[in-house]
Design a binder for this molecule. Structure first.
Ligand SMILES: [Fe+2]
Ligand SMILES: [Fe+2]
Length: 167
């Protein structure tokens, strides 16, 4: 481990959560991929698992970043710029997720299921793109910035805060 990059339990946990997220995004793509997916029970199961992820692990992960990591980084790099951009992306993601829930509700009573299903596919595609690119930015830019610019003590504090938020 070099002096400029420090590993910490907290950052490792945040990266692991990203890997879980990428898996769930693949599941979302798979769920709405094939023509006629809207009538396949396995698609409903996959969507159910993805929704559980959004409401559980993803909400927790965003809270952990917003309440522990971002405030610590903000002290070093300021709120304008990268922190604001990451917060805005979290909000965009929730807006897209709400749109997805609405469309999936619509599907239940839809006359033209194929058309609603196509729209769900588009929203899902947007979510996959949004969250993949967000994770990519955090992995390649934000997390290395934290590991370079925060002290070992600060990173330990973040690790502690993250576990406290988990409880
Ligand atoms: Fe994030
Ligand atoms: Fe993240």
């Amino acid at each position: 481990m070099s002096e400029t990059a420090q590993a910490s339990d907290g950052m490792i946990a945040l990266r692991k959560a990203h890997d879980v997220g990428l898996g769930k995004l693949q599941l979302l793509s798979d769920a709405v991929e094939a023509t006629g997916w809207e009538d396949r029970p396995e698609s409903a199961n996959r969507l159910g698992e993805v929704f559980q992820f959004f409401e559980g692990e993803l909400r927790l992960h965003f809270r952990q970043e917003e309440e522990a990591l971002f405030p610590a980084l903000e002290k070093v790099v300021g709120r304008q710029g990268v922190i604001m951009a990451m917060l805005a992306e979290h909000q965009s993601l929730w807006r897209a997720v709400d749109a997805l829930y609405e469309k999936v509700d619509e599907l239940k009573a839809a006359d033209d299921r194929r058309k609603v299903a196509r729209n769900i596919g588009l929203v899902a595609e947007h979510i996959v793109w949004l969250l993949r690119s967000h994770i990519d930015k955090e992995n390649s830019m934000l997390f290395p910035l934290a590991e370079r610019s925060l002290s070992a003590r600060e990173l330990d504090q973040i690790s502690e805060q993250l576990s406290a938020i988990e409880r």
